[in-house]
Each structure stands twice: as structure tokens, then as C-alpha cells.
Design a protein around this ligand. Structure first.
Ligand code: GNR
Ligand code: NI
Length: 174
């Protein structure tokens, strides 16, 4: 396994649409292992392949708490088959938008069809943080970032600050 460099905004790569995976083979499993290690190293709860520069429809997630046993989840070619109209608000962050946090509304529950680490077809009924996180990750597959949901003014401010300084130790809520 290897820790990869996480691409940060502004970078056109993050705006690419990721392509479906035809088979979950050795190469895809190696990619998922590297993504998971990269995500854990960065203290994230999810990561899409495009964040390490690979335009494949692959996501890894782990919502377990620090003290808990690790609980990795792997999603290949995920599709949302159903979502409720009711939304919930979470303060989101993104490893590709470091140190910026903002409230985002998303459907409270959704059903996701996907292939797992072994290429087996699975269905997940997600709610709470799981639903928020999977939708955040699936946005990455379409080249969408959470800052795209903010007002134009806030988004411009975030991108401007990100492009100016490389080291921002602060936590900035927009
Ligand atoms: O680590 C992450 N935390 C998070 C918090 C609220 C909503 C979404 C996320 S995903 C993010 C990791 C990341 O950038 N995944 O793409
Ligand atoms: Ni993200």
C-alpha cells in the first residue's frame, strides 16, 4: 500500500468526470488499498479516486470513530437508485478543500447500488452521516465539490484563499 498525494482545489483534475470500471480486478483493488491508506493518513472519512488523480468511479469510506475498530467500505460504480426529498444539513469538509468547512443540505436518505471490493453487487440504504458522505463522494465522480453549493461570493473567496497560500493551519467556517 502507498500514501498518495491528495489533489487540492483549484485544480482542473478535480473537475473531470470519472469513468465506470469494467471489472474489479487486481489493479482496482490495489487502487482501493492505496486510497484507504491515503484517507486514513489524512484523517478523512471518505475519498474518491479522482482526489488522487485517478478518474475511475471508485470511492472508499470509513465512518468508524478513532477508538473503534476500522470499518472500511468500498464502492465501485455507485448509483443512487432512490433518495427522499427531505434534506438534512451537515457541516462538510473536503480533503481537496483543506481547512474550509460549510453547511450543505442534501437528501437525508438514499439507496445506493454498487460493486464491493470483490466486484459483488450490493445495495445500501443510507441515512445520517453515511448518506451525506456517499453523496459528497459521488459528487466527486461528477467533478462537483461541496463549495459549488455555496454562494458565488463565498466560493470565490474560498478558491482565492486556497490558491494564495499553501499552508493554512486554521479552521475556516464559511
Ligand atoms: O473527511 C471528510 N469529512 C466529511 C465531513 C462531512 C461531509 C463529508 C465529508 S467527506 C471528507 C473527505 C473527502 O473529502 N471526501 O471526498
Ligand atoms: Ni471531498
Amino acid at each position: 500500500m502507498a500514501i498518495k498525494n491528495i489533489i487540492t482545489e483549484p485544480n482542473k483534475i478535480l473537475r473531470q468526470k470519472s469513468l465506470p470500471v469494467s471489472i474489479v480486478g487486481k489493479e482496482e483493488q490495489k487502487l482501493m488499498n492505496d486510497m484507504l491508506e491515503t484517507m486514513y493518513d489524512a484523517n478523512g472519512i471518505g475519498l474518491a479516486a479522482i482526489q488522487i488523480g485517478v478518474p475511475k468511479r471508485i470511492i472508499v469510506m470509513d465512518l468508524s470513530k478513532n477508538e473503534e475498530k476500522k470499518s472500511p467500505m468500498y464502492f465501485v460504480n455507485p448509483i443512487i437508485t432512490n433518495k427522499i426529498t427531505e434534506t438534512s444539513t451537515y457541516e462538510e469538509g473536503c480533503l481537496s478543500v483543506p481547512n474550509f468547512f460549510a453547511e450543505v443540505d442534501r437528501p437525508k436518505k438514499c439507496d445506493v447500488e454498487y460493486l464491493d471490493y470483490n466486484g459483488k453487487k450490493k445495495i445500501l440504504n443510507a441515512n445520517g452521516l453515511l448518506a451525506t458522505c456517499i453523496q459528497h463522494e459521488m459528487d466527486h465522480l461528477e467533478g462537483i465539490l461541496f463549495i459549488d453549493y455555496l454562494s458565488k461570493l463565498k466560493k470565490t473567496m474560498v478558491i482565492k484563499k486556497l490558491s494564495k497560500q499553501k499552508n493554512r493551519p486554521d479552521r475556516i467556517i464559511v
